[in-house]
Design a protein around this ligand. Structure first.
Ligand code: CA
Length: 252
């Protein structure tokens, strides 16, 4: 049976979604204005990202040669080498070209945006920007647990096997016919056995900022996942008043 209680704050068995979902992702902030640099450093660190800040294009190039980053928040107007040139170099170097570049452009300057995307930037945010929007963009580019990266990711939990590349779920030899959303939810839970996820956390981590799945419809997805898992439905457990978790051990 599903329970439709709203999540409570007493999520003792829960976890810190920010740290868990973004931790270890390295973000380079290239911004010459101290207050903006500080604002980004504070907020991205709080989100669980591993943040490094530099104030010029030259420093950015130097740091990028020494270390790998998952994403770069790149101001366009920098002293010396500007954001366009940094972006060009990032995207031309095989060592750094997989880093997602989010450019900070001047307000309403369409030419900046067009030029920025032309140099290979993955996204842009116009100044003055909302930190929440920037973080949402960053998250959508660094999809945490179930990404669309080409790298095959295989998760084994109990006798369940989930393969991200083929979007395939199997129990033993038998294929479980999940939809994409169902697959992503099950992947999220199975990758973190024992962790309790609230409906909100599930929506947030599988959909990013462009939500197509509502918190309530998570319940429907879970019903379908359980139905398709058949006798293994008990793997996905409802935690009353909190959300769902994948049972990590044999307790029955
Ligand atoms: Ca600037």
């Amino acid at each position: 049976m599903l329970d439709f209680q709203t999540p409570t704050t007493s999520e003792s068995a829960s976890y810190d979604p920010n740290r868990r979902l973004t931790g270890g992702r390295r973000v380079l902030v290239v911004e010459d204005e101290d207050d903006i640099q500080e604002l980004l450093n504070f907020n991205l660190t709080r989100e669980g990202y591993d943040v490094e800040c530099v104030g010029s294009g030259e420093e950015a190039i130097r740091v990028l040669k020494a270390r790998r980053f998952d994403a770069i928040v790149l101001d366009l107007m920098l002293p010396g080498i500007d954001g366009y040139e940094v972006c060009r170099r990032v995207k031309a170097d095989p060592a750094s070209r997989n880093a997602k570049v989010i450019m900070l452009t001047a307000k309403g300057e369409e030419v900046d945006i067009v030029n920025g995307l032309g140099t290979g930037a993955d996204d842009y945010v116009s100044k003055p920007f909302s930190v929440r929007v920037l973080i949402a963009r960053l998250k959508s580019h660094l999809r945490p647990v179930v990404s669309t990266e080409a790298d095959e990711q295989v998760v084994r939990a109990r006798d369940l096997v989930l393969e991200s590349g083929r979007m395939e779920a199997r129990v033993g030899e038998e294929r479980v016919p999940l939809t994409l959303t169902e697959f992503r939810i099950l992947m999220l839970l199975a990758q973190n056995p024992g962790w309790v996820f609230s409906r909100y956390q599930i929506v947030d981590s599988i959909c990013g900022p462009d939500h197509v799945v509502t918190e309530r419809s998570v319940d429907v997805q879970i019903v379908n996942i359980r139905r398709k898992l058949g006798e293994h439905a008990r793997y996905v457990e409802t935690v009353r008043g909190v959300g769902y978790r994948f049972i990590s051990d044999e307790r029955e």
